[in-house]
Design a protein around this ligand. Structure first.
Ligand code: 13P
Length: 251
């Protein structure tokens, strides 16, 4: 049985005070989420300390939205993996399409970040996904496998087993346009098969593959019912307590 995961990527939303309010309200409703669904919130860096304090002893885990690709040094404005680890962060989103696009992150940088995250005992949530033009050309599978090859397929089997993959088609992010459950399943099945060919089916069967892109309370159940979809990486809807809880209850 693979893990079921509802991870909220808050992106650059909420002030520190708003973030604490949001997580407090989520905590108040967490008992409604039955079973062993893993709940992860990824607020902006500035809120991590207070939010980690708030969720202490609860089932909510806290992730960062990024980390630096080097361990320390002259990298103005960056946040190191050792800082995140010391604070108690458990997950790090790496390679989000917004970081690829707006911050020109290279595959080499992403690989360094994934390696640093793993070597410090944190879990990378590695994002992949094609752009609209790539889907229209019918090359979405090649695009996604290349993204995997350049980064996570560089890892040993033992390391790969600790990674969470998030398939986020860029055309579905923040657009209200969701992949159909069949489109999500097609890609998730393809990714799992590709991992199986590259490593083994035993490895492929243990890795959680999340779907991201306009997941909301109203569509989560259908998407999560697909055999190779193990949960969601949720943007906009994770900022609403009722939406996030409804999504977490959709397994
Ligand atoms: O990018 C996403 C999560 O990382 C998805 O964002 P939305 O859920 O707002 O489409």
């Amino acid at each position: 049985m693979r893990k079921k995961i509802a991870a909220g990527n808050w992106k650059m939303n909420t002030t520190p005070a708003e973030g604490v309010k949001l997580v407090s309200e989520i905590l108040g409703k967490v008992s409604e989420v039955e079973g062993d669904v893993e709940l992860i919130v990824c607020p902006p860096y500035t809120h991590l300390a207070t939010i980690l304090d708030k969720v202490k002893g609860s089932r909510i885990m806290v992730g960062a939205q990024n980390c630096a690709w080097e361990l320390s040094g002259a990298f103005t404005g960056e946040i190191s993996i050792t800082t995140l680890k010391e604070m108690g962060v458990t997950h790090v989103i790496i390679g989000h399409s917004e970081r690829r696009e707006f911050f020109h992150e290279s595959d080499e940088m992403m690989l360094k970040k994934v390696r640093l995250t793993l070597s410090h005992g944190l879990i990378p949530i590695f994002c992949i996904g094609e752009k609209l033009a790539e889907r229209e050309k019918g090359i979405q599978f090649e695009v996604v496998v290349k993204q995997m090859e350049k980064v996570v397929y560089q890892l040993s089997e033992d390391d790969l087993k600790k990674v969470i993959i998030a398939y986020e088609p860029v055309w579905a992010i923040g657009t209200g346009k969701t992949a159909t459950p069949e489109q999500a399943q097609d890609m998730h099945g393809f990714i799992r098969n590709s991992i199986s060919k590259q490593y083994s089916s035993a490895v492929a069967n243990t890795i959680p593959i999340l779907y991201g892109g306009s997941v909301k309370g109203a569509n989560a159940k259908e998407i999560f019912s697909m055999p190779d979809v193990d949960g969601g990486l949720i943007g906009g809807a994770s900022l609403s307590v009722s939406e996030y809880i409804e999504i977490a209850k959709s397994f």
